[in-house]
Design a protein around this ligand. Sequence first.
Ligand SMILES: [Zn+2]
Length: 407
Amino acid sequence: MKSAFNQIPLHFADRHKTAFSTPDGDKYEFNRLCFGLKNSPKAFQSIAQEVLGDLLHNGALVYIDDVILFTKTIDEQFELLGKVFERFERIHLKFNPSKCQFLTKSCKFLGFVVTPEGILIDKDKSISINEFPVPTDQKQIKCFLGCCNFYRRYIKNFAKRALPLTNLLRKDTPFEWTSETQEAFDDIKKAILNPPVLALPDPFAELQITTDASSRGIGAVLEQKYPNSEHEDPVLSPIIQKIDQNDVSPQVSNYFINGEGLLCHLSKRPARSPRSNTTRKQVCIPHCLKAKILESIHSEYGGHLKFFKTYHRLSENFFWQNMYKDTKNFVRSCTVCLSRKNGFKILPAPHQPVEQSQGPGEMCHIDIFGPLKTTPKDDLQPDETEVKGIVPNPRYNLRARAGNSAY
Ligand SMILES: [Zn+2]
């Protein structure tokens, strides 16, 4: 907008609040909303929101004096533009044509570039971060981290990667620029220069929350599968391509496409298997199906078997890289298995007082235990209640006599 704030007239009763004097002793007051007042942006924002009314979040967004209109078709865009112009004209607010962009597929908005594929970091901003000089004191580190913090959503494990720098901000830590801090500084710059494209979330698709915490940091990620990512597997797609091109390099020699058009993997059975000298044909599982396969093999149809049995069943028919590790993690974190492990523990029997006998030999107990090593003699160790001692009492041919003797 053209001199945005100055387009708003000030109420006569409030004009004295903007008064200022010149060195000559003259006093002036603003007749219109001026820059530099604490509540100018807020006042302008509320006016712009009021003007847009029902169009806000319904094809239009506004941040102070930046208005963005988004539609699916060009006709809708023209219709919306007409409405917006009419509303702003009604209250005599003017746009600056040199700052306006019409009918573009991508645009810069609040430091980001919005495109149909997703939201990107504004290249001009990332270049200025890349040119940031090596900090020489805490203030400069704060300044650098503040700039990067704006784009931290584009940097995986930002807190962890920036730790050597944030450590320098501690009060009792002397400022010492080491190779470790230089590495962290370069690493963050590099991550900002090569950012991923953040896709827009689909409100109707499934969302997944992943949380983690350690002594170094705490984090949570809200994830959603990007529609195209389900069809393209980063590991399998290159292999299929190589097979299509009749490539016979060792990386693809164990792979083939079976009669049903499925990518399969040939592998030897483990040495302890009864058919250890034979090979097995495993169907290659793409990344997006791993969890479903694990779920059905272990939980749905597997009866929550332990890791080795689950892995054995899985590896008979299926294959993917790191299947061993993934299966171990899956079984380890299975909530049903965890609840069983803790809920069905066999507790030791409670201790009971032994009834006191009246005289020696009146009452005794025999603990039967074993299996033990075979000895030349059969030993029987009764516990005598009265004297509370173990009386070793060797007996020959105990079994033979068992029918006739009290022992
Ligand atoms: Zn389980």
